[in-house]
Design a protein around this ligand. Structure first.
Ligand SMILES: Nc1ncnc2c1ncn2[C@@H]1O[C@H](COP(=O)(O)OP(=O)(O)OP(=O)(O)O)[C@@H](O)[C@H]1O
Length: 295
């Protein structure tokens, strides 16, 4: 049996529409499946964990965006049940990083092939993340994008991934950088006027930005992008580079890597895990190699 966890609201209703078509295809092909709809934040995690305990379960498949993936992964990590995805969100960075097709028909084919691979998961203050975590500007972007009115509107127009870029522009005016002390695998790193620290398990973030181009989901290490000492206008000028991954060459960007990281800041900095709000610093970050099976 395949258990589907469907966020009907993802992608501003796309999740519900895609599910109707997926369900028809499952019935036509005689697939043994079950379906539960998410009813609140955090629900996908509970549903995925419940499905995983089911005796006949061969896979749990999220129909939704990266938020649903994040929750379902938290429910499945460490179990023998793989996570599949039919993407229906606005960012879809998990799908992009793993090469999961954006068309539901092709994504479903991939799911039904039931070929699983093990990937690493990151952990920040006890919460698991599969794509990336971020601290500072990054965290505020995730927090305010998810609360914004324009994410819904841009989703409706089919250009939902632009909503992160809109928040970046808004926060650019008001954001206050601060000093940060990192300990990476025992080595102390100090950052001055830090705008953000991204911690990536996969290269893509925020709807197609290539925040850490070297990140690989199964390399057993987390890749860091530290942005510091940069003026607002330069931040704006250089920002488009992150969509090509060429920001890594800027003198105000430091690329680091490690498996045990602690972060302390002179002011509380906002944390996100896979784009979901995750509290504030200090942060303890780690990696659990090959902890999650994915289709
Ligand atoms: N019934 C519900 N009511 C309110 N929130 C929900 C419900 N079901 C799921 N959620 C929450 O909706 C949030 C966003 O879900 P999801 O990521 O799947 O869609 P999205 O935001 O459109 O896509 P993306 O994250 O790729 O931009 C998640 O935090 C999830 O917990």
């Amino acid at each position: 049996m395949i258990g589907f966890v469907v966020n009907r609201l993802s992608g501003n209703g796309r999740g519900g529409r895609i599910w109707q078509q997926v369900e028809q295809a499952l019935k036509a092909r005689g697939v043994n499946y079950g379906c539960r709809f998410t009813e609140r934040q955090g629900h996908a995690r509970e549903l995925a964990a419940q499905w995983a305990e089911h005796r006949d379960m061969v896979a749990v498949v999220a129909v939704g965006g990266d938020g649903t993936v994040h929750e379902a992964a938290n429910g499945l990590a460490g179990t023998a049940v793989p996570l599949g995805l039919v993407p229906a969100g606005s960012g879809n960075d998990f799908a992009r990083s793993l090469g999961i097709p954006s068309r539901w028909e092709a994504a479903l084919e991939r799911v039904l092939a039931l070929r699983s691979e093990a990937i690493d998961v990151g952990e920040i203050n006890g919460e698991l993340f599969v794509i990336s975590a971020g601290i500072g500007f990054d965290g505020d972007v995730a927090k305010w994008t998810n609360r914004s009115w324009y994410k819904r509107w841009l989703n409706r127009l089919g250009i939902g991934n632009l909503s992160y870029a809109v928040t970046v522009l808004r926060l650019l005016v008001s954001y206050r950088p601060c000093d940060v002390e990192l300990e990476i695998d025992g080595t102390l790193v100090t950052g001055r006027n830090v705008w953000l620290l991204a911690v990536a398990n996969m290269p893509y973030y925020g709807g197609g930005m290539i925040i850490c181009p070297d990140a690989r989901q199964d390399d057993g290490i987390l890749h860091l992008c530290l942005v510091e000492n940069i003026g607002r206008l330069d931040f704006l000028r250089f920002f488009p580079r992150v969509f090509r991954g060429t920001h890594v060459k800027l003198p105000t960007v430091r690329m680091l890597a490690g498996s045990r990281i602690s972060v302390r800041a002179t002011m509380p900095m906002t944390i996100h895990a896979d784009g979901e709000y995750g509290g504030e610093t200090p942060a303890a970050i780690g990696i659990r190699p090959r902890r999650l099976l994915v289709l």
